[in-house]
Design a protein around this ligand. Sequence first.
Ligand SMILES: Cc1cc2nc3c(=O)[nH]c(=O)nc-3n(C[C@H](O)[C@H](O)[C@H](O)COP(=O)(O)O)c2cc1C
Length: 214
Amino acid sequence: MHERRSVRGFDQSPVDPATLQSIFATAQQAPSNCNVQPWVVHVVSGDSAERMRTALYDRAKSGAQPSPDFPLTGGYPGEYRVRQIGAAKALFAATGVAREDVAARTDSFLRNFRFFDAPHAAFIFMPRWAGMREAADCGMYAQSLMLAITAQGLGSCAQGALSHYADVVRDQLAVPEDMLLLFGLSFGYEDTTHPANAARTVRATLDQATIFHD
Ligand SMILES: Cc1cc2nc3c(=O)[nH]c(=O)nc-3n(C[C@H](O)[C@H](O)[C@H](O)COP(=O)(O)O)c2cc1C
């Protein structure tokens, strides 16, 4: 848990197929309501990763409005906004992007759609009938997956951004209309020299998040 953090700069060397299989087999152990396991995960590598990277980046760069399967969260209120700003500040401080430099901030955001140069990305879908409980199951799956990735000495970044153009992802992967895209995740070997990977986030204190009752 303490070793995992979001990695936003990857070495382009692919992960070997046996390790990929092992990571995704391990993540299948995630718990879910009534064991329904509502996630269906599409993993792109090689040519399929290149096609997806190009298609998503081109769409995002064109300035097209997002077309996600689930509405994007509007603004975060109060303390949640403070945390959001803290995470963004940590990233921009690490990468030397100035607050007023709109072009550099846009470029930084667009790197999402190129998987931060990672050789692999996973896209997490759930069935159209599914609701908030099943979305929570998919969150459990995603954290299990990220811990399995960490345990193999690899890095990952969960990305809501990879769900912004759900139609692009669905077309590329020929996913049926009854499956909806929650978010994606880039992963691979960390480029330890990439400045983005020096960013660190902090957490609320235990008493802010957890109330113990006797
Ligand atoms: C569901 C989800 C979606 C996220 N979407 C993005 C994203 O689109 N782009 C990004 O750079 N980071 C994204 N993140 C990473 C968060 O910013 C990160 O987890 C948070 O700031 C805490 O930092 P840490 O992961 O390094 O501990 C996402 C994380 C989660 C769990």
